[in-house]
Design a binder for this molecule. Structure first.
Ligand SMILES: Nc1ncnc2c1ncn2[C@@H]1O[C@H](COP(=O)(O)OP(=O)(O)O)[C@@H](O)[C@H]1O
Ligand SMILES: O=c1ccn([C@@H]2O[C@H](COP(=O)(O)OP(=O)(O)O)[C@@H](O)[C@H]2O)c(=O)[nH]1
Length: 318
């Protein structure tokens, strides 16, 4: 492309960075890193595989944000980033950064001036909901294991399926029929409904250590909707993946005996298909980001739960 002479860098110069890895600093101080896929004359950017980097002193952590459209008016600074250049900063897991903030807060208040203690990044971290996504095929035991985690580890269990079933039953709900149709078909309810129910439940749960979001996100649309609605409000610690052979899962659902309208062979066939086609790729996406903790769930509840506790202990340590 021909550039004006003399060359004055501005929004237009970002065209040169198409498909390159960009650091974008937003006006609220957030720092996003992702691949630039598109830009227009207003410097509106489309970034893919975005992570938000949060810095505290010489440490930083990254949280995945997926695909983002950033309005140009919100961009303070943008430029190509070269990760091969040493920065002297150390990447740590979010839990480490939180622990660091916790331990340094009291110390610094009385001794050193701590410029980060009131920075947007740290205050965002403190106010966000901790979330563990719990995924696996229908009948893999998500609800059963979440109930035990809630009982013993202080996380609040939010089953997306249960929230949808409750909304379906709620008198006056405008979504009841739509939800029932999706549940019977084993297809996925529009994310705006599910996400609103989840956010509402989180906000009404008081001071929880964290939330087990069970059975969500189930497809790309769910993930994008979550990122759109919950960015800055929730932080995904990890994804607990209960893996289990499908025939065992189907048998468990058929024996579940809760009178669910979708625990029949016809609906189950569709649910498994939806899981294979749409949900499993989401688990693979999280796996690429190093977020998945897999626990094999074709064993007894006690054996599974013992491994799950280990996963939570490890997450708390780092
Ligand atoms: N490890 C297990 N072994 C045998 N049956 C199980 C196990 N975990 C759960 N179940 C049973 O299988 C059925 C489905 O479990 P549930 O926790 O509701 O799965 P999901 O939430 O993944 O659909 C329930 O009837 C439950 O009691
Ligand atoms: O985020 C969600 C969670 C559930 N469902 C719908 O609710 C049904 C039951 O989901 P649940 O997680 O209760 O059951 P599972 O499939 O794990 O047995 C699914 O098949 C979907 O139709 C949905 O659309 N979005």
């Amino acid at each position: 492309m021909d550039l004006p002479d003399p060359y004055l860098p501005g929004a237009i110069s970002l065209f040169e960075q198409l498909d390159k890895k960009l650091l974008v600093v937003l006006r609220d101080g957030r720092k996003l890193i992702g691949y630039l896929r598109s830009i227009d004359q207003f410097a509106n950017l489309i970034l893919e595989d975005v992570v938000e980097r949060t810095f505290v002193e010489k440490y930083f952590c990254e949280t995945g944000q997926g695909f983002m459209l950033i309005r140009g008016e919100n961009v303070e600074l943008a430029g190509e980033i070269d990760d091969s250049i040493p920065t002297g900063l150390t990447q740590v897991l979010l839990a480490v950064l939180r622990a660091f903030i916790r331990s340094s807060r009291s110390l610094r208040l009385s001794t050193l001036p701590f410029s980060h203690s009131t920075s947007p990044s740290t205050s965002i971290l403190r106010n966000m909901h901790n979330v563990v996504f719990v995924l696996g095929p229908p009948g893999s035991g998500k609800g059963t294991i979440c109930a035990k985690i809630q009982e013993n580890l202080g996380y609040v269990h939010l089953s997306a399926g249960d929230l949808l079933r409750a909304e379906r039953q709620r008198e006056g709900s405008e979504f009841g029929a739509l939800i029932e149709q999706h549940i019977r078909n084993g297809s996925i309810v529009p994310v705006e409904i599910t996400c609103a129910l989840l956010e509402n439940a989180m906000n009404n749960s008081g001071d929880a250590k964290g939330f087990l979001v069970d059975g969500f996100p189930r497809n790309e649309d769910n993930l994008q909707g979550w990122n759109k609605q919950m960015t800055g409000k929730a932080l995904v610690q990890f994804v607990l993946f209960l893996s289990c052979p499908v025939p065992i899962c189907i048998q468990r659902c058929l024996n579940r005996g809760q009178g669910r309208t979708d625990d029949n062979e016809e609906s189950l066939k569709k649910r498994v298909e939806t899981y294979n086609r749409q949900t499993f790729p989401i688990i693979e996406h999280f796996e690429k980001n190093g977020l998945v903790r897999e626990v094999k769930s074709e064993r007894s509840v006690e054996e599974i739960y013992a491994d799950v506790v280990e996963v939570f202990n490890q997450a708390a340590k780092v």
